[in-house]
Design a protein. Structure first.
Length: 320
């Protein structure tokens, strides 16, 4: 009669298939890091929501609060801890060079461009674009429409991004080639093709009082042709709302790179098109955007084309 073997004290785990690790700087890994950082910064904003604020003025109607600064400090610290060789562009504090010089393998830049000469520090291959509080005026008035936006650019191409709304606990995210999600569920732009069926969203730049002639004619044109217009003060969230179908399209001028970095990728990964006002490929520093599904986007460009001066300085030069 066979007896069971005496226990050895060792725990034998069942065999599991090997699961390849996600590279630290793959689009998926960068997206997940952006999500984690955005959620943590969003918790700071939520802790200040509902309080009485004493915002500072960066311009006549452009505000900054202590929570913008606290959120940005958190984002900078987290990126520096995990990705010290990455560059950062943040709304309140500007450009932050990579602490360890460059991304491994990045070629050095030389003074004067491509010719021989003394080497200078190369630009980092990876750059984070952070808006610690998009919708500061809303936040300062306790209007519940604001967010944290964290985008990641690799070799000049938007690769990952996250936009977190702490009031609604909605996390929008995307990684290049992997689609866009809201709280982990896939999202997609609407199929609305006609302007008179479309709900559009926009925003006004901070000089709208001084130069209404630059911005109001285009607004009026869309007002006459769209089913409805909204203006609610957070470009990053507006982009995400286009991506998930709450809005059908969006146009806006005088935007900064951190306003649109994450949201532009989320829209594209949700099946949308995003360009400049003339239909040119999007540049993060191009200031002006039009976005929707491909058919509606073309209809919107027709309206924008009737107002070539919209979003430009009085001299005719772009707002850069």
């Amino acid at each position: 009669m066979l007896r069971p073997a005496a226990p050895t004290g060792k725990v034998v785990l069942p065999m599991t298939p090997d699961v390849p690790a996600i590279p630290e700087e793959s689009p998926a890994a960068l997206r997940d890091a952006a999500c984690a950082f955005a959620r943590e910064a969003g918790a700071i904003l939520l802790s200040g929501y509902g309080r009485v604020h004493a915002p500072e003025k960066k311009g006549r109607i452009d505000l900054v609060t202590e929570y913008d600064k606290r959120s940005e400090a958190l984002l900078l610290a987290r990126i520096r801890e995990r990705f010290p060789h990455h560059g950062i562009l943040a709304e309140e504090s500007g450009v932050h060079a990579a602490h360890s010089g460059t991304h491994p393998g990045a070629p050095p830049h030389r003074a004067g461009g491509t010719g021989p000469g003394p080497e200078r520090r190369a630009e980092p291959a990876v750059r984070w674009l952070c808006d610690p509080l998009d919708g500061t005026t809303n936040f300062a008035h306790n209007y519940p429409f604001f967010c944290v936006s964290v985008g990641v650019e690799v070799a000049g191409v938007m690769t990952a991004g996250a936009v977190y709304d702490p009031v609604r606990d909605e996390l929008f995210a995307a990684a290049a080639g992997l689609g866009a999600t809201r709280n982990g569920d896939p999202i997609h732009v609407t199929p609305v093709a006609a302007l008179d069926d479309a709900l559009l969203v926009t925003g006004f730049p901070y000089d709208v009082r001084e130069h209404p002639e630059r911005h109001l004619p285009l607004f009026q044109d869309f007002l006459f042709h769209a089913q409805g217009l909204r203006r609610d003060g957070s470009a990053a969230l507006n982009l995400c709302y286009v991506a998930m179908g709450r809005f059908d399209g969006m146009w806006e001028g005088n935007l900064s790179p951190w306003d649109i970095a994450a949201g532009s990728l989320i829209v594209r990964e949700a099946g949308g098109v995003i360009t400049g006002y003339a239909g040119e490929p999007l540049r993060l520093d191009g200031r002006r955007i039009v976005t929707a599904n491909p058919v509606l986007h073309a209809r919107m460009l027709e309206v924008v084309a009737r107002h070539p001066a919209s979003g430009f300085m009085a001299s005719g030069t772009p707002l850069v």
